[in-house]
Design a protein around this ligand. Structure first.
Ligand code: SF4
Length: 470
């Protein structure tokens, strides 16, 4: 799949930073606040850290109160209709804030507006929105904002030109938190699963250079971060476009070689590219979490083929078995789509059977959502919403039962966890995660946040474990 890899030079990013300084100077001493509202996946969270990085260089502080904000940036998701409806509803609500602050600037960015029909919807039906830009234009945010901010008559700016995608290094970041960090290793996807909009809005797969990723990981460790999550739509195909003979497993080893006590996690893996080399590397690298998110989507081979997933249930089960042979304590989670067009009740039962065989620690289950422009959107779909809801509820019951049973197995055991925050609850006031990513609530001093501690598990339920520091 030939595509043009577009690298944005560091000089261009420095030019954007100059514009940030210019905006900062023009806005003067007057205190100003920005609100960055993020929808969707971890990749969007990571993109919002870049938008906040630029805004901080313009002298903005941050708020999540739209009536206080001088600028609001809504970073959108297009993965399901529900996500888009929520965004449109909330953007509509901003009418009130804009009435209270007529000079307020409202920007909408991200995957939803990279779809032409949604950008047009914003243009026509949401006049309060001043600027719209897609994921590929994020690096130009300062330049686009300047066009709006300093235009004589408030000019609306729309930048969503389709492209295969860019790679931009050096954009300033304002990270959320100081314990766990997102680290993007690649962008885009070449898999074109027939239900998925991501390849159309995030472009072709393009990996960051290993030296840039390792340098960023080193900075994170030096800054005291205790957990680094490597991000990509399909991390297992990392490096294929670089021609450097460095694959994802090699990258994990490079990061594992960085001195310090920290944990490496990653998402998302596509089963078709999950290799024995990866599982062996995860088992041998002491900093790599024994956690694998391996979306199966369906347990029926005809449906998997119609989804263009490039594996069948037998291959998938073999991979799970192989991964567990290297890491018996591996925590495996998955994504499942219920009600893919044409799926029958019998075919759905194959999904239930596969889940009962794998016994996932957690399952993220969704009812199929038609995405404009994807092949599945035009496939015949006889099953009613009610039929699909019945299947969904059945799958959820299976998922919760297995999760509860697996959590109960931890009771009485002592687990090493990373304390990552406060729950706001009196009894179990701290939250933490095991190596495998299981949620553990414990009692303890907030000074433990950012520390690895041993916790004895007292009790559990479907969603979490409860215990005390040993
Ligand atoms: S692998 Fe498939 S489901 Fe995942 S982002 Fe790519 S096209 Fe979408």
């Amino acid at each position: 799949m030939a595509y043009e890899r577009k690298e944005i030079s560091i000089e261009k990013i420095r030019e954007q930073e100059k514009i940030c300084a210019e905006i900062n100077e023009k806005l003067g001493e007057k205190p100003r606040l920005a609100m960055v509202d993020t929808y969707g996946c971890q990749q969007n969270e990571a993109d919002s850290e870049k938008i906040r990085g630029y805004l901080a260089e313009m002298g903005y502080g941050f708020t999540m109160n739209e009536f206080e904000a001088d600028i609001i940036v809504v970073n959108t998701c297009a993965v399901r209709e529900h996500a888009e409806m929520r965004v449109l509803g909330n953007v509509g609500q901003l009418n009130h804030a804009k009435k209270a602050k007529p000079n307020q600037i409202i920007a909408v960015c991200g995957c939803m507006v990279q779809q032409e029909h949604m950008a047009e919807k914003i243009r026509k039906s949401y006049p309060i929105v001043d600027m719209v830009f897609g994921p590929h234009e994020l690096w130009r945010f300062p330049e686009l904002l300047k066009q709006v901010m300093f235009s004589k008559k408030r000019k609306r700016v729309f930048e969503t030109s389709p492209c295969d995608g860019t790679v931009a290094e050096g954009i300033p970041l304002k990270r959320d938190g100081s314990v766990k960090a997102w680290l993007s290793i690649m962008y885009g996807c070449n898999n074109f699963c027939t239900y998925c909009i991501v390849p159309y809005v995030r472009g072709r797969e393009r990996s960051r250079k290993p030296e840039d990723i390792v340098a960023e990981a080193r900075e994170l460790v030096a800054a005291g971060y205790k957990e680094i999550t490597l991000l990509g739509q399909n991390v297992n195909s990392y490096g294929k476009d670089l021609g450097l003979n460095v694959d994802f497993a090699d990258l994990i080893r490079m990061i594992n070689d960085i001195p310090g006590e920290f944990l490496i996690r990653f998402m998302t893996s596509h089963p078709k590219d999950a290799t024995e080399k990866l599982f062996k590397t995860m088992a041998e690298c002491e900093k790599c979490a024994h956690q694998l998110h391996l979306p199966v989507q369906s347990g029926n081979d005809r449906v998997l083929k119609a989804m263009n997933r490039h594996y069948d249930s037998a291959k998938y089960l073999k991979q799970v078995e192989l991964a567990r042979s290297y890491m018996p304590d591996l925590v495996i989670t998955t994504d499942i789509i219920v009600g893919f067009p044409g799926e029958t009740d019998e075919e759905f039962e194959d999904t239930i059977r596969l889940c009962e065989k794998v016994r996932y620690d957690a399952m993220f289950t969704f009812i199929y959502s038609k995405r404009v422009g994807t092949p599945a959107a035009t496939m015949p779909d006889a099953a009613s919403r009610e039929d699909k809801q019945v299947r969904f509820d059945k799958l959820l019951a299976v998922a919760n039962k297995i999760s509860g049973e697996k959590h109960a197995e931890y009771e009485g055991k002592t687990l090493r966890v990373l304390v990552d925050g406060e729950t706001g609850k009196p009894e179990f006031n701290l939250s933490s995660r095991t190596n495998g990513g299981r949620l553990v609530h414990l009692k303890g001093d907030p000074a433990l946040i950012g520390k690895f501690v041993d916790v004895e598990i007292e009790s559990s339920n479907t969603w979490a474990l409860y215990g005390h520091e040993k």
